[in-house]
Design a protein around this ligand. Structure first.
Ligand code: FMN
Length: 213
């Protein structure tokens, strides 16, 4: 049975480019898979997810019977995140670019998910998480496209590729980028307003198509 895990992380609840793309994908995917399981996690909602702390970190390396109450509570949060990933065959992530990388709540979600038991086999690149499709919808105020002046400053896609590959989720990983979302706001980017509109339209089209591939 197909199952979609949909994660958003933009702090913008209205007018978010990444949320627009993930919503387009999710709606088309759900229409194509009626009755399929669908789980939504909004990492930007208040109190959504605490950062990984010492209790949550050491709990993974201990026998659960010896967890302190604090470790048990934090471990339950991590187990829930893992369970949502294991239950999905498609993982959709909205990932705006913040300060050349990803929003801290999304980083926190990754820190909770990544644990030694999921490190990919160095030979096969596979882990217990492998076999899942991952689609990441990014949104960037500027452009980091290959060949552009800021391409080398993209610590978003390379980081996500690296860490998801590290836990065996790199085999079926694709990106849909919406770029130049701030072209109409930042005067220096004004010459690129039209490119931003085209990028957004292309991303929405790509999301609708990817959902029914
Ligand atoms: C805290 C913060 C940091 C940002 N840092 C960058 C950046 O480093 N590079 C960039 O191109 N845009 C940056 N932006 C702009 C966002 O990437 C852009 O507005 C994007 O559309 C946000 O995604 P959203 O539309 O889904 O909310 C930043 C925005 C915020 C709020």
């Amino acid at each position: 049975m197909p199952a979609l895990l949909h994660i958003d992380s933009s702090l913008n609840l209205e007018g978010s480019a990444s949320r627009g793309v993930t919503n387009t994908f999710a709606q088309a995917w759900r229409a194509a898979n009626p009755g399929a399981a669908y789980v939504y996690r909004d990492l930007a909602s208040a109190g959504a997810l605490a950062h990984l702390d010492l209790d949550g970190y050491v709990a993974e390396m201990m026998d659960g019977a010896h967890h302190t109450p604090a470790q048990a509570a934090r471990w339950a949060e991590r187990e829930q995140i893992v369970a949502e990933v294991l239950a999905a065959d498609t993982i959709l992530i909205g990932a705006p670019m913040y300060n050349l990388s990803i929003p801290s709540p999304l980083k926190a979600w990754i820190d909770h998910l990544v644990m030694p038991r999921f490190f990919a086999d160095p030979t096969t690149g596979r882990s217990a998480l492998s076999g899942r499709r991952v689609i990441i919808a990014t949104a960037r105020g500027g452009s980091y496209a290959a060949g552009s002046p800021r391409a080398a400053l993209d610590f978003q896609e390379p980081y996500l590729r690296a860490i998801l590959g590290y836990i065996g989720l790199g085999h079926d990983l694709s990106f849909i980028h919406t770029e130049l979302t701030l072209a109409s706001v930042i005067p220096a980017l004004a010459p690129y307003i039209e490119f931003g509109v085209i990028s957004r339209d292309n991303a929405l089209k790509a999301a609708a198509e990817a959902a029914v591939r």
